[in-house]
Design a protein around this ligand. Structure first.
Ligand code: SF4
Length: 78
């Protein structure tokens, strides 16, 4: 009888900036390749997602320094 094995679930981490962002730019200073500015709205957004472990760690560092907790992280099946 064949052995059953459940499909492997690969999780990916994604980040986003909430409307709480006040446009201070601290995240851009820490991770300039991942945040961009919206002039007309005066807030920052994620211009790209981190791929490597070190990039994820960098975004988490930016999230930790954000004074309004506007950088959020979600983990979901890839
Ligand atoms: S550090 Fe936080 S409040 Fe400041 S620009 Fe980045 S997301 Fe916005």
């Amino acid at each position: 009888m064949p052995e059953f094995s459940a499909p492997k679930v690969v999780l990916s981490t994604e980040f986003f900036v909430t409307e709480e962002c006040n446009g201070c730019g601290l995240c851009k200073n820490i991770a300039p390749d991942f945040f961009d500015f919206v002039d007309y709205a005066y807030y920052y957004y994620m211009s790209r997602q981190p791929v490597t472990e070190s990039e994820v760690a960098l975004i988490r560092e930016a999230a930790a320094i954000c004074t309004v907790d506007a950088i959020c992280e979600i983990t979901k099946p890839h």
